[in-house]
Structures are given as structure tokens and as C-alpha cells.
Design a protein around this ligand. Structure first.
Ligand code: SF4
Length: 213
């Protein structure tokens, strides 16, 4: 089994999970966000490397001492990491139980993909964009019913405490009132770790322009 990986970023502290983490960015994503922060992951025409779970483990384990000393590990992002759900499950078999495995995900995937990774995941960092289906569709091009279904699954399994729900304010797409409504809806589902923030649209545009240059 191999996965296409855009990049790895080492020695991250407190940005995507507890302790010291390495971020692994998978290629490809089901969404088409207007201001994608990782446009280099959206198409096979950008550079990537292919890894088996064993090969990735061999590369990441140079930081194992930091992971173990700080309660950190690996954060799988992208792109959409859950497109590689079987790879992540297999990676857990290879790395063992001591590393944290975190996911940075939109949750806009079939429920079976989420089911695969629930037994091997420590923390979920979930960017819901906006709970309003019309806003979500206008920004991402996709329906958000899989997101809501997967949020319900995590809450029903008693995993809400392991989830951070990210709710961005995206100029031109939602308003502070929409963000507040989304927050109320996810709180009603049982989540209480909420990260509201404002997208840096200029940064995303610069990144996209550099990518296309
Ligand atoms: S979910 Fe993330 S990687 Fe996918 S299109 Fe949106 S910003 Fe880009």
C-alpha cells in the first residue's frame, strides 16, 4: 500500500495536536475551497512522493524522542487525510501505540472512511467551514451532509472531547452571525472545543498565485 504525500513538516509545537508533531500532508481533496491554503495538494500535477506506511515510519522516527518526551506524534493533513484511511490504520500498526495520531480533516468523506480510523486516532482537528449547507456549498462546491453525519458519529461514540472544531470567518462567504450559528449547532451536537478564527484570504491568494506561477 502506498500513499501520495505532498510534504512533511517537522518539529511543530502546539499547532496541530499536543506536544511536538510532524505534519504529513497527503495529496488530493474532495473539496474545492475558494481560498485553499494547500493548493499544492489538490492535483497530481504538483510534486509528491509515494510512501508505504513502513517507509513513512522510517522517515518520521528520527523525531521519536521528541514525540515520546512531549506526548506528541504525527498529524495527518492534506489535502484530505481520510482519503487514505487504510494507510493511516496501517501506519498505526507500524508505529505502535506510543505516538499520537492526529487528523486535520474536513470530515467530508463516506462514514466508512471515518470508521476505519476511529480505533487508531487520538485527536481530530475538524474544519467544518460553515454549518449552513448553502454557504458550505458556495465555498467548497460540495454538500456538507457527510460532515454533519460524521460529526454525529463522533459525538455518539463519546469522542467529542477529542475533537477541536474549527469554524472560520471567510470574507465574502459567511458573517460573524453565521459563525455564531455554526458554533451553536456544533455545541448542540455535544462539542465544546471550538476554534473560531478569520481566514487570511490575502495569504491564501498569494500562495495560490505562487503555486500557479
Ligand atoms: S479542505 Fe483544505 S485542502 Fe481541501 S480544498 Fe479546502 S482548504 Fe484545500
Amino acid at each position: 500500500m502506498k500513499a501520495k504525500i505532498s510534504d512533511t513538516s517537522r518539529l511543530r509545537i502546539g499547532v496541530d495536536g499536543e506536544g511536538v508533531t510532524t505534519l504529513v500532508a497527503f495529496m488530493l481533496c474532495p473539496l474545492a475551497c475558494e481560498y485553499c491554503l494547500n493548493p499544492q495538494t489538490l492535483s497530481d500535477s504538483y510534486p509528491f512522493k509515494e510512501y508505504t506506511p513502513e517507509e513513512l515510519y522510517m522517515e518520521l522516527r528520527k523525531d521519536e524522542l521528541y514525540f515520546l518526551a512531549t506526548g506528541g506524534g504525527v498529524t495527518f493533513g492534506g489535502g484530505e487525510p481520510l482519503l487514505n484511511h487504510q494507510f493511516i490504520k496501517e501506519f498505526r500498526n507500524v508505529c505502535g501505540d506510543q505516538w499520537k495520531i492526529n487528523l486535520e480533516t474536513s470530515l467530508n468523506v463516506p462514514s466508512s472512511f471515518l470508521e476505519t480510523v476511529i480505533p487508531v486516532t487520538d485527536e481530530y482537528l475538524i474544519d467544518i467551514k460553515d454549518m449552513n449547507p448553502a454557504i458550505y456549498k458556495s465555498y467548497t462546491g460540495k454538500d456538507n451532509s457527510p460532515v454533519i453525519g460524521n460529526l454525529r458519529t463522533l459525538a455518539e461514540r463519546g469522542l467529542a472531547g477529542r475533537c477541536v472544531i474549527r469554524i472560520p470567518l471567510i470574507h465574502g462567504y459567511n458573517t460573524p452571525e453565521d459563525v455564531a450559528r455554526s458554533e451553536s449547532e456544533v455545541v448542540a451536537l455535544g462539542f465544546d472545543r471550538i476554534d473560531k478564527f478569520e481566514y487570511d484570504i490575502d495569504y491564501a491568494k498569494r500562495k495560490r498565485d505562487l503555486q500557479n506561477a
